[in-house]
Structure formats: structure tokens, C-alpha cells
Design a protein around this ligand. Sequence first.
Ligand code: 2IT
Length: 445
Amino acid sequence: MNVDKLMLQLEQKHPGEVEYLQAVREVLESIEEIYNQNPQFEAAGIIERIVEPDRILTFKVPWVGDDGKVNVNLGYRIQFNNAIGPYKGGLRFHPSVNLSGLKFLGFEQIFKNSLTTLPMGGGKGGSDFDPKGKSDAEVMRFCQGLMMELWKLIGPETDVPAGDIGVGGREIGFLYGMYKKLAKENTGVLTGKGRNWGGSLIRPEATGFGGIYFTREMLATKDDSFEGKVVTISGFGNVAWGAALKATELGAKVVTISGPDGYIYDSEGISGKKIEYMLELRASNNDIVKPYSYEFESGQFYEGKKPWEVKCDIAMPCAIQNELDGEDAKKLVANGVKFVAEVSNMGCTPEAVEVFHSNKIPFGPGKAVNAGGVTVSGLEMSQNSMKLSWSREEVDAKLHSIMCNIHEACVKYGTEADGHIDYVKGANIAGFLKVANAMLDQGVI
Ligand code: 2IT
């Protein structure tokens, strides 16, 4: 394989799909060496096959607003790779959703799901529907409209969607209700379900908790811990909430959260009822963090700014792709950041990753750090198959042990001669090898 040649071909085939091309390049650069040492991969065209989704479904979702007006959004599901299990991955509802964004997320999901050690392939979907300012009834009608198309493609052994940005418990409920009506069955076709109808304990916390468990392992490689550390977090949704909760429990001080409107700096730390307040902020459907500064005196609001200008020991992007760029990375390094763990998917730009890499700052990439979410989705599927429900402790223990295993895998494939761990390389190689070998076993299909 020649990365530049392959990328040129892909750029010609998929012009303008910036995020997708960015995600592919990162993986190809990481695996190039090991790929070329194993000629059986080249002979089976593994790379040419793995970079293209198995199929993409695009459809329109017309729905009627509370004002009686007709709206039309686009719905998508990308079934990327099912070599190691049913397609699995979230649905994102956000006005920025387009094919390139979902292809990057679906591609990342293949390797992330492989890292979890559970049998899950990679998929992603969603819509450009903007939940901001919508009523519950509008969200319900939209979800029902989306499922009218989506149900034809998915199934508990075929493709199992879940939540992502803009899709939480409420949306999964509406989607599940419509699937059940159409398919005439109660199955584990979606994860992130409510506790009383097949959901797993710890799923809402899983991405944030898993991110902290992974970062704790990163810290341990330097004989360090969360105790007394200052942590900056971006976002204020489900992922940021779980991360803030667990980081605080482990003795860290979380000083920022952020939204599209700016960031909050709370010098006293975002803990206790302030973390609970994040759930209220999110449920308000307004997509802003400014109200935190009215609610808590210690919270200062910085309009239009990102939290990466705040001095911290550990930075954890928890919002959206490319939210931390090269300039932000330089500010963090200048302010003495010791660890960076990406909890959002591809939260850092390649320039930012390069800044961390060249300064030997341990950097955990999203596909390893945030794998806890899909891990507990996988555990939800296991419980659904067994028609059993595990205790909070049982799920948490499994999540914890899987996150430690993912960290181990990164160390195995990413440790450099001087002892520095290149987590990007480690995660990409470990995730890739399992899928590539499964593809080899199963022939050209
Ligand atoms: O990006 C992700 O891993 C998710 N949004 C969770 C996917 C899932 O199937 O739980």
C-alpha cells in the first residue's frame, strides 16, 4: 500500500468529503508498515474494501411541525463493515450532518468497535434535523418518520443503531416505538433503550465513564492519577456529563464545559449539583451553556471562546469533531497540559494531534477513549439476547475491564523505542488487525 496514492484515488472518487478523507488518512498512515509486512492483506484487497462502506441508504423524512407547516429533512444510514458482527453505531441529529461526516464516523466506528473485543461491525447514521427549539411532539413525529424508512434496513442481528449527538433516551424511545409497530417484534434493534424496556444500566454514563477509565490508565503509565488534577472539558451533553461525574469522583477538579455559544469557567470546580444541572441544560433543547453563569455565581461565561485557553493538567474534548485545532493545542502545551484524551469522535484536527505528538504529550484518540459508549451498547445487546438484566456493578466492572484492555492494546502496538506511547498508532493497528483478519477468513464479499 502507498498511502499518498490511495488517498489521491479516494479524493478523486469522493471530492470534498473532508472529514471522511481525514479519518481514512490517519488510519492508513498508522497501519502502513504492518500492512506492507503482511502481503496477504494486499492480495485480498483489504484496504480498498475497508475504506468503502458496504452500502449507504439516503432517504427523505417529511414531517409536520406544530405550526402545521411541512418540513423535509434527510435521513441516512451507512452500513460500513460487518466482518466481526452486525453493523453497530449511533444516529446523529444535527444540522451539520452530511454524507462526509457520517462516513468518517462510520469508518472510525469499525475500528472502535473492534477494539471493544465485542462482536460488532461498524455503521453510522442520522439526519440534518436540528432538535434545537423543537417540541417533544415534533421530535416524536420526526423520529417516527425516520423509522418508517430505516426499519427496512436494520435488525437485531443485522444493524443496531443507538444515540449520538442530538439522539438520547427520548429519541431512542420514539424510534423504538415505531420500529416495534412496523416490525411487530420487541427486540434489541436499538441500544440506549429505557431501563424498563430492555435498556442497560450505565449506558447513559458509559462514554464519559469509559473515557475516564481509559485516561486513568494513561495517567498510570506515568505513575500519576486524577487526584488533584485540573481538567478542562468541552461540551455539556451526555458525554461531558459522564466524564465530569467520574473525574470528580476520582478527585479531579473539572473547571470548564462549553456549548456553541462559548464556554463556562468555574474556578470552584463543576461538581455535585452543578453536574446535575448539565442534564437540565441539555433537556432545555436550547444548545447553550450561558445559563450556567446565571445559576452559579462561580461560573464565568466566555462568549464565542473555546475552553482550551484555560490552564489545565488534562484536556478532554467531549463535543464534536475538529473542535480542538493546532492553535488550541499550542495554547494547551504552553500552559503545561500533561495529558489529552479525546472523548468526542476525532475531536482534534491532524495539526493538533501533531502538536501533542511532537511535544510527547500522551494523546488518546477518540476511537479508543470513547469506546465505552458502544461497549455498553454491546453489553446491552448481550443482555437483550439472554433476556436478562445485569446489575449496575456488573456492567460497570465489564466496562472498566474492557477499557483497560483497550489501553493495553494501544500500548502493545503503539509503544515507541523511547517508551513514548503513540495511542493513535496503537489503536488503529489493534482495531484494524482484527477486522482485516476476519475479512481474510471470510473471502471476497
Ligand atoms: O460514537 C459512538 O461510539 C456512539 N455514538 C455510540 C454508538 C453505539 O452504538 O452505542
